[in-house]
Design a protein around this ligand. Sequence first.
Ligand code: UT7
Length: 326
Amino acid sequence: MPATITAIAAYLPEKVLSNSDLERMVETSHEWIVTRTGIEERRMAHDEEFPSCMGAKAAARALEKAGLKATDVDAILCATMTPDFLTPSTAALIQSSLGATKACCLDIQAACSGFLYGLSIAKGWVESGMYKNVLVVASEKNSAFVDYTDRNTCVLFGDGSGACLVQPSGKGYEIRHVCLGADGAESQLICIPAGGSRRPASANTHEDREHFMKMEGKEVFKHAVRRMEASAKECLDSTGILEADITWLIPHQANIRIIEAISKRFNIPWERTLRTIHKYGNTSAATIPIALAELDEHNAPQSGEHLLLTAFGAGLTWGSSLLTKV
Ligand code: UT7
């Protein structure tokens, strides 16, 4: 039996950062942002709110939906590119917040593809019989690494988290397949240059604003469309599911034009293509679980419906997954 997502939930911080707020911070306009990205507003965590707090809130909601006690969780995977600390892991902090004392903990650094990498690990652990109750959390405080003087990036990102419980059986979304990929040769395209061991924090790195995210947007855009399309196709080929059988497309939310391109390439109707980008922007690893949580809550997919998930991010990394509602 394929592993199953038996509960899914999200947590978004309350504070809204609108395009008109950004107009007061950098030289940009609501019209440019909406036309070029589809984003109208995004959420921002407050000063004392971190990926671990947001992730723990989403995870607690998922556990509540599943009716599972935190002490029954065997493993916590946390996909984040904006961890609370370089070490310890954000997963360990989430474990402590939840009181999931039995769980082993691991962070996944695959940027915006991190949730799908996490899903793949959870699937392996559950199907091998190693663990029964695995939490996959994706949680990002992008606002801590975004340079609010750089209009090329600051309009794009938001904060938020999503979490799901993966179990050996039950009602929910069967994880039929996950395929993953990466191209480290293009790693310079999205990068936080300093703060790691290669360029430890110093007065110079601080002055040169090297602790903020840098992105070559145009190049990344092309890779995103190409890689997500190829990986989603590989995922369909592996499962034998046809394009026409897909009921919902859940793409990573980086740019509405990227979402449109993927939706068209797979002939998926626009109303069946999940979009949260207008209200949350790009929440990196968290975009897919947030969208899936909203779909689950508001549209209640029917048994037998197929969901195609596809993501792309820094690394470069990418991945796709086919879920079937059971
Ligand atoms: O989640 C990880 C994956 N990330 C992505 O997939 C992001 C992919 N990239 C993108 O979404 C787009 O490339 C961006 C939204 C980042 C940029 O859109 P674009 O259509 O590729 O614009 P561009 O970078 O080619 O810039 C066009 C113009 C430039 O002005 P000039 O040089 O033509 O005079 C930019 O300086 O738009 C200017 N520009 C802006 N203008 C107003 C760039 N950012 C802004 C802005 N407001 N915020």
